[in-house]
Design a protein around this ligand. Structure first.
Ligand code: ATP
Ligand code: MG
Length: 184
């Protein structure tokens, strides 16, 4: 399997200084006082995987993920998040299977859109999504379970439940491709 080994942040929310968080275990706990940045780390993981709704990241606009300054420190002009995966078993799909490490990066400038990179190669958001299709990771995935998520699944309407099941079964990519074909 692709295994997450490191989360790197710079200029992202409260993580203004470049920070590398090692993920050395299958189970990792993040502890600390209120407001120290625990949830910001989860936001960062969501964001780099392609989240496009600012509200899902607890902001009003996408620019809100960029460090906005404090009484002591000026705002910065860009935010970046990188996830490093161990791919020594070569499980990544297609063109990426030969790399022993896979690094997914998203960078946003205060003026302008964000860009995605896989191993420092500029890619589309879609290419990042393709890497994780069928793994539960990504936009409508179930791999990141937050407060309220369990009840959301229990109370889901049939259509929403279908999305969870399609993702778990690894067939969501076909639904998306069919949708794209129908639009042509
Ligand atoms: P709790 O235990 O209360 O859930 P937490 O550790 O999850 O706390 P976070 O929500 O991750 O805390 O972090 C909140 C902090 O991040 C706040 O101090 C907030 O000001 C800061 N913060 C969020 N976005 C930005 C930003 N764009 N620029 C600077 N600071 C930010
Ligand atoms: Mg929190």
């Amino acid at each position: 399997k692709l295994r997450l080994t490191k989360i790197k942040l710079a200029g992202f929310k409260s993580f203004v200084e470049p920070t590398a968080i090692p993920v050395n275990n299958d189970l990792v706990g993040i502890v600390g006082p209120n407001g120290c940045g625990k949830s910001n780390i989860i936001d960062a993981v969501r964001w780099v995987l392609g989240e496009s709704k600012a509200s899902a990241l607890r902001g009003e606009s996408m620019q809100d993920v960029i460090f906005g300054g404090t009484a002591q420190r000026k705002p910065v002009g860009r935010a970046s998040v990188e996830l490093v995966f161990d791919n020594s078993q070569g499980k990544a799909i297609g063109a990426w299977s030969g790399y022993s490490e896979i690094a997914i990066k998203r960078i946003i400038q205060r003026e302008g859109n964000s860009n995605y990179y896989i191993n420092n190669i500029h890619v589309r958001r879609r290419d990042v999504a393709d890497l994780f299709h069928g793994t539960g990771i990504g936009g409508r995935g179930y791999a990141i379970i937050e407060q309220g998520m369990i009840s959301r699944i229990i109370e889901a309407k049939p259509q929403e439940l279908k999305y969870f099941l399609e993702e778990a079964a690894g067939i969501s990519k076909y639904r998306e491709r069919r949708h794209e074909t129908e639009l042509r």
